[in-house]
Ligand binder design. Structure first.
Ligand code: PMM
Length: 268
């Protein structure tokens, strides 16, 4: 299967690149339609920002009922249109309500660690479950830990996947994600991207979320969507199952290039 494109729909006030733009249902649905027209296979709907600091101890989190009110109507409307939806949440109750509204993927950036009820909701559903790596303890502000990042993140993700399986989430429903930019240095992020084949070799589908993150911003300045699309093409060439992006059109073109390249592979 060719690499899937997950279009990002952040219904938040403060997400890094699109905060505050899609708070109204109509604006959110209009943007989702644009993402689909541009080639998105999945729409990832989130109602709580995960920008650095937003979910640290002491930070004010979005109230649970507000998160529900933001994501559930959008997911219901999109699902009724036949769109594949994932819900980007760390709360079990939000995941459960999103599934009831038609979502088929739970995308939990905490790897099902933030809410003790999350694994139960995942297990009781037949949704695909994305477990992302986010370990604030390990990386913090440390610089130059890139070599350690790969075994660390890979080992931790395998542990999270085992935990999910033990809780009753079938192996074939699990997706893993190295969590680029989440308490990681630029060096960490590049090391993780370059090690993508090792993540793919686990047999779990791998999701890559590099879009508009600081390490690409620093590298590319105002052309961060070009940089994101390039990462998408490289990630696809190295076996990523899905790329999560803001600018779907650019990634769609980049993936078409990666696919054409692969189809024309020369064998001596
Ligand atoms: N990144 C963000 C939010 N959700 N989910 C997954 N699975 N992987 C990611 O890398 C990821 C995510 C933060 O980015 P945004 O604020 O631009 O949406």
């Amino acid at each position: 299967m060719s690499t899937q494109i997950m279009g990002i729909l952040n219904i938040t006030e403060d997400s890094f690149s699109d905060g505050g733009r899609y708070l109204h249902l109509d604006a959110a649905l209009a943007h989702a339609r644009e993402l689909i027209a541009a080639g998105a296979d999945i729409i990832d709907v989130g109602g709580e920002s995960t920008r650095p600091g937003a979910t640290r101890p002491g930070a004010t989190r979005v109230p649970e009922d507000l998160e529900h009110a933001r994501v559930v109507p959008v997911i219901r409307a999109l699902s009724e249109m036949g769109v594949t939806c994932s819900v980007d949440t760390m709360r079990a109750s939000v995941a459960e309500a999103a599934l009831a509204a038609g979502a088929t993927i739970i995308n939990d950036v905490s790897g099902a660690q933030a809410d003790p009820a999350m694994l139960g909701v995942m297990a009781a559903s037949d949704a695909r479950c994305c477990l992302m790596h986010w370990d604030t303890e390990r990386f913090g502000d440390a610089a130059g830990t890139s070599q350690a990042a790969v075994p660390d993140v890979l080992g931790r993700l395998l542990g999270l996947a085992r935990e999910a399986e033990a809780a009753g989430v079938a192996r074939e429903r699990i997706i893993i994600d190295p969590g680029l930019g989440f308490a990681k240095t630029a060096e960490d992020n590049w090391a993780l991207l370059a090690a993508l084949p090792a993540f793919v070799a686990t047999g779990y589908p791998v999701l890559v979320g590099a879009s508009r993150k600081r390490f690409l911003n620093t590298l590319s300045g105002s052309r961060v969507d070009v940089a994101t699309a390039t990462v998408s093409a490289l990630a696809a060439a190295h076996g990523a199952w899905c790329v999560r992006v803001h600018d779907v059109a650019a990634t769609h073109a980049a993936l078409a290039v990666a696919r054409a390249w692969k189809e024309h592979e020369w064998t001596a």
